[in-house]
Ligand binder design. Sequence first.
Ligand code: ARG
Length: 288
Amino acid sequence: MSKLLSSRRVFLNAGLVGAALLLGGCGKQETAAPTGAASAPTAAAASAPPAKVYVVGTDAAYAPFESQNEKGEIVGFDIDIVSAIAAKAGVQVKFVNTPWEGIFNAVAQGDRDFLVSAITITDERKQTMDFTAPYFDAVQLIAVRKDSKVGKFEDLKALRVGVQTGTTGDEVVTKLLGKNSTAIKRFESTPLALKELESGGVDAVVADNGVVIHYVANNAGVGFKTVSDPSFPSEQYGIAVRKGNTAVLDMLNQGLSGIRADGTYDRIYAKYFGSAPGAAAPASAASR
Ligand code: ARG
């Protein structure tokens, strides 16, 4: 079912991109002059165009990568990385909370200029959008209640497993349990899946290691533990743009290499994960 869903989504994306091209190619830009204004070239030329603000979609329920603080501000590792890239590139960005379910369509339609959302670069996704160079390494990690006997991924075969719909966690669990399995419980966010683990509605949750580790560390009272498994493929996060949007992609890639070269990336990494990347064992290995 997930396969079917995702191929339908690909189809839908293709249609929307096609429609966007028919409508004039440039997608929606916040600063695009309305048609009326465009027919008054003298006035337009006289005043400098307002600086473009790039609209960035993120599903802000994924701490420590993106979440909303008490003030409702969107914060996190991804937010700091993109803000640093924008500063390097001399552009402005605005983060807009965007549900994961519709996030890929939002960039395909031009409602978002790009997406930062702990998005794993996959071959399937590369068919409908373009990704920057990888900016973060991740792997799936299992969360279970402390008294659980689960010791490896295979052990989930006979259990009820929670995932966030359409994530790579959903993909690996669907592969293990079968696409028609009724034991897979799909949630619109990862925190909702973890809540369900707490209340006993599922026996395990599979999600990105960074998020699971963060949740377990910050909710000590709920009594979860983590289980890693060497069979999980390694994943890498990328920033996503609409397919063919090389202008934005180049800007992001240049900014990313800039913040890697000048130490900004390492500083942000250390702020969230304690040490520079590669300086310590991967978080998943240390989490047992
Ligand atoms: N890395 C996983 C994926 O790309 C999960 C990402 C979920 N991100 C989020 N902000 N909810 O499928």
